[in-house]
Ligand binder design. Structure first.
Ligand code: NAP
Length: 450
């Protein structure tokens, strides 16, 4: 504490007699771990910040649950807690939009720094919250909102602030990665693996937000906003989930040296000089085939990873635990120490940067490679008819693979880059062909050099 006392003397405000006060909203999976670390490592945190950082209170819904905390620290009155005079930093870990949105705003308006892990809220309301932070010159930190323990927001916001980011591609949802990894490994069906994931606690009772890609889309919006200095909300993100992925999709992917991953892709799109070289941002979440040698193909189970491509830094990869109480709390605590240091030394977190205001590229204009799986009649002329439909719609074929089946034949067509809209027209036309029994699946192919 000697160093703390010296610092206090230097700073004149904070110190042993005037600790930095913290309020935590929510004491569930993440909040419990934040409270534990804050209390167990109080001395280390004090030395890292320069002044003691103390827990002033925790708000919850149910005061009846045993939380191992003195009763006077618990409250159901979040509003009163966030505006208390002895609270300097508010950590929001209750989740959801309301009342989290109003509470964060209230805290920021009162000049408190705010740390949140709430991706659903940030994906749609960062603008409003960042404006409130700006007005009262308070900090808003959200490292834990994307990819849990993995430091990816701070590298994008700070370390790469002198570079130009062109692409951010990530596996940012642990539940879907667990399911797809298990399907690839065991050959099991989607529904069986989802049931197992629920039993093991990797999937929630209602898995919609994860399996339909909403959670990944929220994170993609946050990543894209920061990477491209453009406000991107969840409504700007094209989204498909994994609930239609079959064991056969994984099998055909393996047969062409690929695996299937739910990817969040944030891309700077630059038109050619003949189109005026205009820039836009493409943000999309969907399951895609990636070659087994791609760095994201090795990310299995519930792990997350984010690959960032920047003009000068080149390719960077961030990997680790994307969820869970302690891993997520680690990221929250990093933000808390930063916010406390800013209080102590008088610094500020970087504010929202949306100066570029790039337009969002519609998914129909986004070129991707496709892997089209067709069930066809096993007779001559089928290949010609199928290839003809691709050519008619301007979709160039890279490879075709044919496999015989009792009930007919399977054709797997891999295209070169094609517009989503051209591919959709091709698929509609293929479905009308007499020789095509069904279009079994259409998956995008990402991460190839072509
Ligand atoms: P959780 O386990 O459901 O806990 C939520 C906590 O908030 C509970 O303690 C609950 O109180 C409290 N709460 C909810 N509504 C409240 C209200 N209106 N007033 C007062 N307290 C209220 O949630 P979590 O998993 O810790 O997640 C918290 C946040 O972190 C979310 O935004 C989530 O998206 C984000 N996050 C979570 C993870 C993860 O691995 N869990 C990872 C990254 C980010 P009771 O205990 O009384 O019910």
């Amino acid at each position: 504490m000697t160093e703390v006392a010296n610092n206090a003397a230097r700073n004149g405000v904070w110190g042993t007699d005037h600790p930095i006060g913290v309020a935590v909203l929510g004491m569930g999976t993440v909040g419990t771990e934040v409270v534990r670390i804050l209390r167990d490592h109080a001395d280390d945190i004090c030395n890292r910040v320069g002044a003691p950082v103390v827990l002033r209170g925790v708000s919850v819904r149910d005061l009846g649950k045993d939380r191992g905390l003195p009763a006077e620290l618990l409250t159901t009155d979040s509003e009163a807690l966030v505006t208390r005079d002895d609270v300097d930093i508010v950590v929001e870990l209750m989740g959801g939009i309301d009342p989290a949105r109003a509470l964060i705003k209230q805290a920021l308006d009162a000049g408190k720094s705010v740390i949140t892990a709430n991706k659903a809220l940030l994906a749609d309301y960062t603008g409003e919250l960042a404006a409130a932070a700006e007005n009262s010159r308070a900090d808003l930190y959200f490292e834990a909102a994307v990819a849990g323990a993995i430091p990816v927001m701070r590298p994008l916001i700070q370390s790469l602030s002198g570079d130009r980011v062109n692409r951010v591609v990530g596996i940012v949802n642990g539940t879907t990665n667990f399911i797809l990894s298990a399907m690839a490994e065991t050959g099991a069906d989607y529904h069986d693996v989802l049931a197992e994931a629920t039993r093991l606690g990797y999937a929630e009772a209602d898995p919609t937000a994860d399996v339909e890609g909403y959670d990944a889309a929220a994170k993609a919006a946050i990543l894209a906003s920061v990477a491209f200095h453009t406000r991107v909300t969840s409504a700007d993100v094209y989204r498909e989930g994994i609930s239609k992925i079959t064991a056969e999709d994984l099998e055909t992917a393996a047969a062409v040296g690929c695996t299937v991953k739910l990817l969040a892709i944030c891309e700077r799109v630059v038109e050619g000089p003949e189109e005026g070289g205009k820039e836009s941002v493409s943000v999309r979440v969907y399951p895609a085939l990636i070659p087994r040698k791609h760095p994201l193909a090795a990310v299995n189970e519930a792990f997350n990873a984010v690959v960032v491509e920047a003009e000068n830094a080149g390719r960077l990869m961030f990997y680790g635990q994307g969820a869970g109480g302690a891993p997520t709390a680690s990221a929250v605590m990093g933000d808390l120490v930063m916010a406390a240091r800013n209080k102590f030394f008088g610094g500020r977190a970087p504010g929202e940067s949306v100066y570029a205001e790039l337009p969002i590229a519609p998914i129909g204009d986004t070129p991707t490679r496709y892997h089209v799986n067709l069930q066809v009649a096993d007779r001559t002329g089928v290949l010609e008819a199928v290839a003809g439909e691709f050519a008619k719609h301007g979709v160039s074929i890279s490879t075709v693979r044919q496999e015989g089946h009792d009930e007919g034949a399977r054709l797997v067509v891999v295209t070169h880059h094609a517009q989503e809209s051209a591919l959709a027209d091709t698929v509609a036309a293929l479905a009308e062909l007499d020789s095509v029994t069904s279009v079994t699946s259409v998956l995008r192919l990402e991460g190839t050099e072509e």
